[in-house]
Design a protein around this ligand. Structure first.
Ligand code: GNR
Ligand code: NI
Length: 168
């Protein structure tokens, strides 16, 4: 397996719209396993393909305490089933070091396909609802910093640009 490089804000490649997965082959399986390994190594609870510069509609997550419950969502969509909003302090592997409160619909019904191309549905609330919405945003080129004030977003951008210059 391979640890993939995670793109960081404000990399313009994080703004690309991902295209649906149409081919379910061994190569896709390799990508899924590499994404899971990359997510676990980075201590994240989720990872979208966009973050590793693959612009396909695919995400992985594991919200379990024991880190033994990987979930894979291909071509995911959701509908809001609870209009009430829940606030979470969100972080993002593509925005390292920043945590900010974001309000999102409390519960969603997700439709996706698994790695065999089999369709499934699931109702999510709590951190699972937040995480799935955060990951699907990535597939649409969106980041949690987009929900913050322009001032906060600019501060985060300046700090990360400085960090990137140092490590370049
Ligand atoms: O690891 C992650 N933690 C997290 C915490 C609150 C809300 C969303 C997340 S997702 C994030 C990993 C990530 O960047 N996924 O895209
Ligand atoms: Ni993220």
């Amino acid at each position: 397996m391979t640890i993939l490089q995670i793109l960081e804000f404000p990399d313009p490649r994080l703004r690309k719209m991902a295209a649906p997965v149409t081919v379910f082959d061994a190569k896709l399986e390799v990508l899924i396993n590499d994404m899971l390994e990359t997510m676990y190594e980075a201590l994240g609870i989720g990872l979208a393909a966009t973050q590793v510069n693959v612009h396909k509609r695919l995400l992985v997550l594991d919200i379990s305490e024991e880190k033994d419950s990987p979930q894979v969502f291909i071509n995911p969509t959701y509908e809001v089933i609870e209009d009430e909003l829940t606030e979470y302090d969100e972080g993002c592997l593509s925005v390292p070091g920043f945590y900010e409160t974001v309000a999102r619909p409390s519960a969603v019904r997700v439709t996706a396909v698994d790695k065999q191309g089999e369709s499934f549905q699931l109702e999510a609330d709590g951190i699972l609802s937040t995480c799935i919405q955060h990951e699907i945003d990535h597939l649409d080129g969106k980041l949690f910093v987009d929900y913050l004030s322009a001032l906060k977003r600019q501060r985060i951008r300046s700090k990360l640009e400085k960090d990137h210059k140092k490590s370049a």
